[in-house]
Ligand binder design. Structure first.
Ligand SMILES: C[S@@+](CC[C@H](N)C(=O)[O-])C[C@H]1O[C@@H](n2cnc3c(N)ncnc32)[C@H](O)[C@@H]1O
Length: 177
């Protein structure tokens, strides 16, 4: 699928900066339990959500826990930046699980696949847009995110936002490495 190739390099190893986690925090109820299924302890999702007072359960394929083949932990939300190369399968699985979720994804081509079209037509979802593009870390040791994709990222959510399309500002100057 052409657009999917444009929107993802095929390499799923890039990591989310703090400033891209912050906009979703206000949509999470206090003291929630959150599953981050594509994250380990280094993830800024894990760190920011914990800092905000939530209980976080990080799991990752590198630690032998495959999102597609594991028991879903007891949780109120599922929040992360998933592997873009598997975004259709990830979203389908999340809709099937049925818990509120927020996934940070490249918006290019997101609505341009027949399979996703049907998935979005048949499920409740919301989109959170940013004023700026998100840059990503190549590895967690980087001082500043160095990967600048040529497309915008959005949170594709379900049962999390009060309106179907919402907008939040990101402050890229506030990145604490
Ligand atoms: C785009 S990266 C984002 C990492 C982290 N969530 C963050 O935002 O910093 C997606 C991660 O999902 C991992 N991954 C790929 N397939 C997976 C699977 N089936 N189950 C769990 N993790 C997986 C990749 O190895 C990669 O580290």
């Amino acid at each position: 699928m052409k657009m999917d190739k444009v929107a993802g390099s095929g390499n799923d190893e890039f990591y989310t900066p703090t400033y891209a986690v912050k906009p979703i925090l206000k949509y999470v109820r206090p003291k929630s339990t959150i599953w981050c299924p594509f994250d380990d302890e280094r993830s800024h999702f894990v760190k920011e959500l914990r800092k905000d007072g939530h209980t976080v359960i990080p799991t990752h394929i590198f630690e032998g826990i495959d999102f597609f083949n594991c028991n879903v932990p007891e949780c109120d939300y599922i929040i992360s930046n998933p592997p873009y190369s598997k975004k259709t399968e990830v979203l389908q699985q999340l809709f099937d699980i049925g818990r509120p979720f927020a996934m940070l994804l490249g918006v290019v081509g997101l609505f341009e696949s027949q399979r996703r079209f049907e998935m979005f037509a048949n499920n409740d979802f919301e989109v959170l847009y940013f004023n700026r593009r998100v840059a990503y870390f190549k590895d967690y040791g980087e001082q500043k995110p160095s990967l600048n994709p040529p497309f915008s990222s959005v949170y594709l959510c379900s049962k999390m936002l009060p309106k179907q399309i919402m907008f939040e500002e990101v402050d890229r100057t506030k990145e604490a490495a």
